[in-house]
Write a protein that binds this ligand. Structure first.
Ligand code: NDP
Length: 333
């Protein structure tokens, strides 16, 4: 599979080029809005062609798939162009700035008959899949609550548009809450109905929030608590799922690496749970390729990307207004 990269980004550099190559793919081209950055990026990563215009990728029929990892406000137009050119699309989260845009992207892909996936890497991790299996096997009984701990410290090299540019999609809610929304949907198999939230700028955010806490009501009656931040150097990440017959403690698992530990606690005692430690991003690319070969769906579909964005937007609106928000899923139906 020959891939085109849209966006000379950190995530492409640190994770996705390796993931594409690890699954047998070839990174054939990179497009950046800046010619010099495209050239330098291509040289650093042995990518044979580069450009400051999308045509390089769109006009090359041998490039069948694109990976979009530009800043968030660019995803929409770039995805629509790629879909119109018949490319399969793996798009970064959040899919877009608005639900209307995200819905248009996914509908366009469906109409064109191309695969469209959202790069929600956490549901590709062995740890999250193990937690989901424990829940599905009934090991903790009926789920009462899920607590998501995702307050981290944004590395210095990422303290650009994320912390000061609302127009580019900055803020911790589009960055991390959107991941947590996907985790909750993936683990519990249901969609948040309504949310309440508080957000703040606690030292890093300039014109955008850098920290948020929210509580989500699920259709089953379970409650979800999410805490996302850019400003917490020592908080650690993790999740807890509490049920009528047990609890799951997964520590250090809200990460890009296949690490962490899982403990199941029931009336019979404490049990360490092992899980596969494959590369999360390579698994996502592999699932994308399998979908392309007609075997199942991508790990996170376009519809999953719309749903996680819907929850994140509801959280931001709840925090902005101080009013409980019903999550708008009308467009995902
Ligand atoms: P970066 O800031 O590294 O890159 C985003 C864009 O910013 C690039 O495409 C590039 O634009 C521009 N850019 C990169 N470096 C510079 C620079 N030195 N000076 C000026 N502009 C620069 O962002 P990330 O890689 O962190 O995020 C990109 C996307 O990926 C976002 O949508 C984000 O939400 C998502 N993401 C997803 C993750 C996941 O695990 N699924 C993890 C991290 C990010 P151009 O291409 O035009 O040159």
């Amino acid at each position: 599979m020959r891939w085109g990269l849209i966006g000379a980004s950190t995530i492409a550099e640190q994770h996705m080029i390796g993931a594409i190559r690890a699954t047998g793919g070839e990174v054939a081209a990179v497009v950046s809005t800046t010619k010099a950055r495209a050239r330098d990026f291509a040289a650093r990563h042995c990518i044979p062609t580069h450009s400051a215009t999308l045509a390089l990728i769109l006009d090359d029929p041998s490039i069948r798939a694109v990976y979009i990892s530009s800043t968030n406000e660019k995803h929409h137009a770039q995805a629509l162009s790629a879909i119109a050119a018949g490319k399969h699309v793996l798009c970064e989260k959040p899919l877009a700035m608005t639900l209307d845009e995200a819905t248009e992207m996914v509908a366009a892909a469906e109409a064109a008959g191309v695969i469209f996936a959202t790069n929600h890497h956490l549901r590709c991790s062995g740890s999250h899949r193990a937690v989901r299996d424990l829940i599905a096997q009934g090991r903790i009984g009926r789920v009462l609550s899920l607590r998501l701990f995702h307050a981290v410290h944004l590395p210095g090299n990422l303290q650009g548009w994320r912390i000061n540019d609302a127009g580019a999609g900055g803020g911790v809610i589009p960055d991390i809450t959107v991941h947590d929304a996907d985790v909750a949907r993936f683990l519990l198999g249901e969609d948040p109905v309504a949310v309440v939230a508080q957000m703040t700028a606690s030292g890093m955010g300039q014109g955008v929030e850098d920290s948020v806490m929210s509580v989500w009501a699920m259709p089953s009656g379970a409650m979800v608590f999410g805490h996302e931040s850019f400003t917490h150097p020592f908080a650690g990440s993790g999740l807890e799922v509490h049920g009528t017959h047990g609890s799951i403690f997964a520590r250090g698992v809200m990460t890009q690496q296949p690490k962490g530990e899982i403990e199941l606690v029931t009336a019979t005692g404490r049990e360490a749970v092992s899980f596969p430690t494959h590369n999360l991003y390579a698994q996502g690319v592999q699932d994308f390729l399998s979908a392309l070969a007609g075997q199942g769906a991508p790990a996170a579909t376009g519809r999953d990307g719309i749903a996680s964005l819907a929850v994140a937007l509801a959280v931001r609106e709840a925090a902005r207004t101080g009013i409980r928000q019903t999550v708008d899923y009308r467009r995902t139906a």
